[in-house]
Design a protein. Structure first.
Length: 97
């Protein structure tokens, strides 16, 4: 995860990249990618759906998942999980809070 963070230039920012090597969190959040397209056709077993989480002190405040009936991996329409969308959601939560 450190190498990916370095590649994405997040460094010591507020963004924290976390691994889930056994899929425990993925399963607990019901985010396991089980559609036959990505799993059987592409071999993506045990992977999580494309998602973004906004959490404060371990409490999930917002979670966005990019998936659709014809796009289970969220590749065609990742917009719900992109930075601009998450920033809008975070700003809204902070205004309401």
């Amino acid at each position: 995860m450190q190498a990916w963070g370095k590649d994405q230039k997040v460094g010591l920012s507020m963004i924290q990249l976390m691994a889930d090597p056994k899929g425990d969190l993925t399963k607990a959040l019901d985010l396991e990618l089980t559609h036959p397209g990505p799993t059987e056709e592409k071999g993506l077993w045990g992977r999580c759906k494309r998602h973004a989480i906004y959490a404060v002190n371990g409490e999930i405040k917002a979670i966005q998942v990019a998936e659709g009936p014809d796009d289970p991996a969220g590749d065609a329409h990742p917009e719900p999980t992109l930075a601009d969308t998450m920033i809008e959601i975070i700003e809204k939560i902070k205004k309401e809070g």
